[in-house]
Design a protein around this ligand. Structure first.
Ligand code: HEC
Ligand code: HEC
Ligand code: HEC
Ligand code: HEC
Ligand code: HEC
Ligand code: HEC
Ligand code: HEC
Length: 422
């Protein structure tokens, strides 16, 4: 008898516990997020983090990819300004039609093909567009460049004739969106050829695309966090979420480096599966010689450039958040950034700038143009209408250092002759 009573007690405690736990984690209806049930509904964060949420909505990160609409495309659709002319018989015309915005190819005045701007990439320096065909996305031949305020050939595209067949695989989405599923999603093969082939034929599932870089792309899955805090609103300590204070210096850097350390390393796993706290180096296959690489392009490689500077190497504390707030756009006020420099470099510390400024000029408002000058990106080059020289756009180098020339008065776009054809 006694034994049965004990069994009954234990079973009822167990059932009670199960009931209690299931309440904890199922307070909300099950998430329908394409990344799986461990991810909360992305909009749910606003309830408790309203200020951050409203600020993030306006960032370049959140808008890194958007479904194309007339208000988000910066290029000009007015007659006379809406074409890219390749030669006297060939042009691509940007058109507004009832079913959306299109790039249409004309040969001797006759329309040959037209494809819709379906997905917009970019907001700040450049925009490029993809169109869907079956389960793949293709990049349109004409892009928009902010600093030139003009249409130009998409990066790496030929100047001789328009090309509509460039398949853009999941890899672009891995840095520019929060998720898209595909048939060959998580290849762990080490073979370069295999991986390249897999990327070419991967079939993407457009219903799973989560546009832009959202909270959980940086912070990791948060369904349990949301459910727990919904049930226990009095709890003020963050639960079931990777906290910033639990991350070491490398992990904090990796949270940004997953997308800001270039695309030249052999990948072992999709970047979509990176969560804060993971070791980013496990996502790559390092080749002999990787360690000795230098001369990183200024585009998309901020982390590896920063890592080469003495400020980073010798302070041991510098990371992206030292200068950037991840929930707002990067400011353009160079005096504010210079204050960050002077957090470490002061006359009192005897490590201040030794340059004698010109009479009447204060160097304190702008450490940036001299020590983080803008440099042309070789990775993003394009042709402007009527210019047979490639143009490059300028980005800040994050290799903080001493440069011979300052770039204060340089133009925003440079052109130079290059020999490589397309
Ligand atoms: C029901 C309320 C609630 C919701 C909904 C919620 N959070 Fe939180 N969150 C909290 C509380 C409470 C804290 C702890 C106090 C603080 O840091 O604001 C917290 C803290 C955090 C932190 C800080 C961790 C650290 O470094 O200390 C992050 C990141 C976070 N939440 C992300 C999210 C994300 C992403 C979502 C949406 C998927 C979300 N939260 C939705 C209540 C909520
Ligand atoms: C680009 C990556 C990124 C995105 C996107 C992002 N965060 Fe953060 N968040 C961070 C980092 C990095 C920190 C730590 C900041 C620091 O070092 O001070 C942080 C800190 C926080 C904190 C704790 C500190 C604070 O400021 O209160 C909360 C809460 C938070 N994030 C919530 C959110 C929510 C909610 C969203 C979406 C609306 C979001 N984050 C989007 C990177 C991001
Ligand atoms: C999922 C990939 C991804 C992650 C993670 C990420 N970024 Fe970015 N970041 C991008 C992309 C893509 C852009 C370009 C967005 C655009 O302009 O279309 C960008 C743009 C930026 C910009 C310039 C635009 C602006 O004004 O904000 C800054 C600064 C930046 N990121 C800093 C960070 C920092 C700091 C972190 C870590 C806390 C981080 N990023 C994490 C992909 C990422
Ligand atoms: C490894 C991550 C990564 C991959 C892969 C990647 N990008 Fe980017 N991209 C970035 C980052 C980071 C930025 C912004 C910072 C910069 O330019 O240095 C950016 C900037 C851009 C911009 C300019 C955005 C702006 O507002 O200025 C466009 C357009 C763009 N990328 C398109 C693409 C396309 C198309 C692909 C695929 C062919 C691609 N990217 C692949 C990380 C990536
Ligand atoms: C976290 C502290 C810290 C911050 C912030 C910082 N630095 Fe440094 N910086 C250092 C340290 C440490 C060194 C190496 C020792 C030295 O020269 O004082 C250094 C070195 C330098 C050097 C000499 C580089 C060389 O190659 O000889 C320059 C120039 C410099 N910093 C400029 C800047 C500028 C400009 C900023 C802001 C954009 C900045 N630093 C932000 C810590 C910092
Ligand atoms: C010492 C300060 C400092 C640190 C640390 C820093 N940045 Fe920046 N970042 C800047 C400045 C200054 C700019 C240029 C702002 C401007 O010109 O309007 C900038 C611009 C950017 C841009 C926009 C691209 C461009 O050229 O305008 C991106 C992307 C970016 N930073 C990413 C990062 C990432 C990722 C990290 C960490 C690996 C990082 N930054 C660390 C100071 C810093
Ligand atoms: C007009 C361009 C210019 C501006 C503005 C400027 N610097 Fe410099 N800085 C230089 C040059 C050039 C050197 C190298 C001088 C030399 O070696 O003779 C230098 C040297 C340095 C050094 C190395 C000092 C040493 O003892 O070797 C540091 C640190 C530094 N600058 C920090 C800063 C900071 C912080 C600011 C902003 C408050 C700043 N600089 C503003 C051009 C500039």
């Amino acid at each position: 008898m006694k034994k049965n009573m004990r069994l009954l007690l234990i079973t009822s405690i167990l059932f009670g516990l199960i009931f209690f736990l299931s309440q904890c984690f199922n307070a909300n209806e099950v998430s329908t997020d394409a990344r799986g049930i461990v991810f909360a509904n992305p909009a749910s964060c606003r309830k408790c983090h309203q200020a951050i949420y409203d600020s993030v909505m306006l960032t370049a990160h959140y808008n890194a990819t958007t479904p194309t609409s007339q208000n988000t495309v910066h290029g000009n659709f007015n007659e006379g300004q809406n074409s890219y002319v390749y030669d006297s018989s060939t042009k691509v015309v940007m058109q507004k039609r009832d079913s959306g915005l299109y790039q249409a190819l004309y040969l001797n005045g006759k329309e040959m093909e037209a494809h819709r701007f379906d997905i917009t990439f970019g907001v700040r320096n450049a925009q490029t567009w993809l169109y869907w065909k079956g389960n793949n996305t293709y990049e349109l031949p004409v892009s928009y460049y902010t600093s030139a305020n003009a249409w130009g050939t998409s990066p790496g595209f030929p100047i001789a004739q328009p090309y509509f067949k460039r398949i853009v695989g999941k890899v672009c989405f891995e840095c520019h969106s929060s998720f898209i599923d595909s048939k060959h999603s998580d290849e762990t093969s080490n073979s370069k050829e295999y991986f390249a082939a897999a990327e070419r034929i991967e079939a993407m599932d457009k219903t799973t695309l989560i546009y832009g870089i959202d909270c959980q792309r940086c912070h990791g899955p948060a369904a349990n966090h949301v459910n727990y805090h919904t049930i226990y609103p009095e709890e003020k300590k963050a639960k079931y979420i990777v906290t910033n204070s639990s991350l070491n210096a490398q992990q904090k850097l990796d949270m940004c480096a997953v997308c800001h350390s270039g695309n030249d390393q052999e990948k072992l796993k999709s970047r979509f599966y990176f969560k804060p706290g993971d070791t980013l180096s496990n996502f790559y296959l390092y080749m002999p010689g990787d360690k000795y690489k230098t001369n990183f392009d200024v585009h998309g490689n901020q982390q590896r450039l920063l890592a080469e500077s003495k400020c980073f190497l010798q302070s041991g504390t510098l990371n992206c958040s030292s200068c950037h707030n991840p929930h707002t756009n990067a400011g353009s006020n160079l005096a504010t950034y210079s204050q960050k420099c002077m957090g470490c470099h002061t006359e009192a510390n005897k490590n201040f700038c030794i340059v004698k400024p010109a009479a009447g000029v204060s160097i304190k408002d702008n450490c940036i143009d001299c020590h983080m000058p803008k440099k042309p990106s070789e990775a993003i080059s394009f042709y402007q209408q009527g210019n047979t020289q490639l143009s490059f756009y300028l980005l800040r180098t994050h290799k903080i250092g001493i440069y011979k020339t300052d770039s204060v008065s340089k133009p925003k776009i440079t052109s130079k002759k290059v020999n490589k054809g397309n």
